[in-house]
Design a protein around this ligand. Structure first.
Ligand SMILES: Cc1ncc(COP(=O)(O)O)c(C=O)c1O
Length: 365
């Protein structure tokens, strides 16, 4: 098999060890005679898989006891509706949701939220996070929504929790594309959600981490299968959960623990991102557009200063086994997604190619 590095933004690279283990267990999981795909979600085998996955994720993110972890379906986008449907039940009609707008994903969240509430965009930019002191927060807002890693534009941040104004605010964060890559203090958030297909596992699982006191506040129209309280009370089995995806996520959590957990992922993410941004910064041939303090360590969008060379760049990358580097269609250019499962050797191979392509192009204008 040809050796490749997969820079896809998601579904994305998974640890080879995890895929090998899943392959070995495909036909017969732990002597059960069944594939995980064939198991009842209510049987002891799958329940043990589920409980281990929940426990390991709780340990990896140090999720406090007063938070529930839900394994849901519907992807990150569905949460844009499910969060308001679940949190607005006890709010007066005409409640306001505050948003930080930092790119395409927060944009989509804002559009969806307008179906359920008034929306106040407290700060907006596609290339940086506007300084927190200037955020125009709404007194009494239902919650403040932020996308802490914009997968398309490559803007990443964590709010400054020293800001006293955040003390009374329920914070909701879409962490789809950087969860488990940096240490976070879960207790500062009301709810965190993440689609699995970047740092967790295959598409089809959505993780929701939610503080207990926010449960039981759904609007009457919220579909039962997506009512966080019902899902929590039934340990994610109110309806059939995405069993195989949860199993793979569980294997990824075990892999993360063997690697040294989230602290080690954060160290590696820092090292990989530095390697790549340094190479991009060092060359006039490439251009990046995100303010340095908010550069994503997971998704690195970049542009060739001479965009007429884009196709040649991608063809040369593919010939070297560097795959899925084309930028999102809405912004063009290139994007290298360097999630937890991307080894530093993959980033080094990309850096070598960036340098080689620039040198060759300069020799042949
Ligand atoms: C930050 C972020 N939020 C939400 C989504 C939407 O996720 P899904 O396609 O699983 O609904 C994505 C998808 O890439 C994303 O990157």
């Amino acid at each position: 098999m040809t050796h490749i590095y997969n820079f896809s933004a998601g579904p994305a690279v998974l640890p080879k060890e995890v895929l090998a283990q899943a392959a070995a267990e495909m036909l017969d999981w732990h002597g059960s005679g069944m594939s995980v795909m064939e198991m009842s979600h209510r049987g002891p085998e799958f329940i043990s898989i589920y409980k281990a996955a929940e426990r390991d994720l709780r340990e990896l993110l140090a999720v406090p006891d007063n938070y529930k972890i839900l394994f849901m379906q519907g992807g990150g986008l569905s949460q844009n509706a499910l969060i308001p449907l679940n949190l607005l039940g006890h709010k007066p009609a005409g409640a306001t949701i505050d948003f930080i707008h930092t790119g395409s994903w927060s944009d989509k969240s804002i559009k969806e939220a307008r179906k359920y509430a008034n929306v106040n965009v407290v700060a907006s930019s596609n290339t940086e996070v506007p300084p927190q002191a200037g955020w125009q927060l709404t007194p009494g807002a239902a919650y403040l929504h932020m996308c802490t890693n914009e997968t398309i534009g490559g803007v990443e941040y964590q709010p400054d929790f020293n800001d006293p104004r955040l003390k009374d605010v329920t914070l909701v964060a879409d962490m789809s594309s950087h969860i488990l890559s940096r240490q976070i203090d879960v207790s500062k958030y009301g709810a965190i959600f993440a689609g699995a297909q970047k740092n967790i596992g295959p598409a089809g699982v959505t993780i929701v981490i939610i503080r207990d006191d926010l449960l039981g506040k759904a609007l009457p129209v919220c579909p039962s299968a997506f009512d966080f309280k019902l899902v929590a009370d039934n340990e994610s089995m109110y309806n059939t959960p995405p069993t195989y995806g949860i199993y793979i996520a569980g294997l990824v959590f075990q892999w993360l623990k063997r690697q040294g957990g989230v602290a080690e992922m954060e160290r590696r993410a820092q090292a990989k991102a530095e390697l790549l941004y340094n190479a991009l910064d060092a060359s006039d041939f490439y251009d990046t557009r995100v303010a340095p303090q908010n550069r994503s360590r997971m998704n690195v969008p970049f542009y060739l200063t001479d965009e007429s060379r884009n196709e040649a760049f991608l063809a040369g990358a593919k010939a070297r086994g560097l795959l899925q580097l084309k930028g999102h269609k809405s912004v063009g250019g290139m994007r290298a997604s360097i999630y937890n499962a991307m080894p530093i050797e993959g980033v080094q191979a990309l850096v070598d190619y960036l340098n080689e392509f620039a040198a060759n192009a300069s020799n042949k204008p």
